[in-house]
Write a protein that binds this ligand. Structure first.
Ligand code: GLP
Length: 262
């Protein structure tokens, strides 16, 4: 695992964009496949990717994207659906065609139907193989909507949202009651199949979750700790999110080595 600690959120976004672009470039055959996340944290990263496009350093016109998760019960056209959010905050920003954006389908007339859609989504990811999976982290250590207790080998499925997550996300809805109770999320096993993971966290609200994910035990109690199992996980933090880390000096030494190409 590489832990990169930036001076501030803007620098973290630049570090993360470089990790994403470098990761996509390592694909040998076919068009690149990017795993994308919602939330406020990746917005700076998406703006940096757009800058890279402007400079001619990246082009997402032929990139396929798979979203981590979607709310159950919202149509893909709903303003707060993750599909609409990603069209606005990702596709329109980095020039990724909407037709190339895949999102889980959490809408259906029965639970059975939604389960079948989740399984088909997982199979499509296995088929495509994600080159770089972008991740944020919830204050309770979730990634995607894999809440504490999620199996470390789980696949895309319906997952109940925790009370904490619903409260955290209520700001996007007309109050807590309007926040869906369930999601369809890539599982931790699905996320682990990606060739590179780039997790970004900023701000002091994420410090405890980051300390548990990076330096705590590998445990379903902190789903993001599954990063410890991945051979190419990059964790990009600002100072506030890194505040709870004990091994800070080592991460800084390692990052300095990377700058010299060692
Ligand atoms: C939601 C998403 C996660 C995201 C998290 C944190 O729960 N399902 O993928 O990481 O929010 O969001 P933010 O970056 O806004 O703190």
């Amino acid at each position: 695992m590489e832990v990169l600690i930036a001076a501030n959120a803007e620098e973290a976004a630049r570090f993360a964009a470089k990790a994403v672009i470098d990761g996509l470039r390592t694909r040998v055959t076919g068009d690149p496949v990017l795993g994308v996340a919602t939330g406020s944290t990746p917005l700076g990263l998406y703006a940096e990717l757009a800058r890279a496009v402007g400079r001619g350093d990246a082009d997402f016109g032929k990139t396929t994207a798979f979203a981590l998760d979607e709310y159950v019960g919202l149509e893909g056209t709903h303003e707060q659906s993750y599909r609409q959010t990603l069209v606005t905050e990702l596709c329109n920003v980095i020039g990724l065609p909407e037709s190339r954006l895949h999102t889980p389908d959490g809408h259906g007339d029965s639970e059975e139907r939604i389960r079948a859609q989740a399984a088909a989504y997982d199979a499509a990811i296995v088929d495509a193989r994600i080159d770089v999976q972008i991740l944020g982290i919830g204050t309770n250590g979730h990634i995607g909507f894999n809440e504490p207790g999620s199996s470390l080998r789980s696949r895309t499925r319906i997952k109940r949202l925790s009370a904490q997550t619903r409260m955290d996300n209520a700001r996007f809805f007309d109050g807590l009651d309007a926040v869906p109770t369930h999601s369809v999320t890539q599982g931790l096993g699905t996320i682990l199949d990606s060739r590179r993971m780039v997790l970004v966290a900023t701000g002091s609200r994420k410090a405890a979750a980051i300390a548990a994910a990076v330096e705590g035990p590998l445990s379903a109690a902190c789903p993001a700790s599954v990063l410890q199992l991945h051979p190419d996980a990059v964790v990009v933090l600002d100072e506030a999110a890194a505040a709870g880390l004990r091994n800070r000096a080592y991460y800084d030494d390692s990052a300095a080595g990377l700058q010299f190409g060692i």
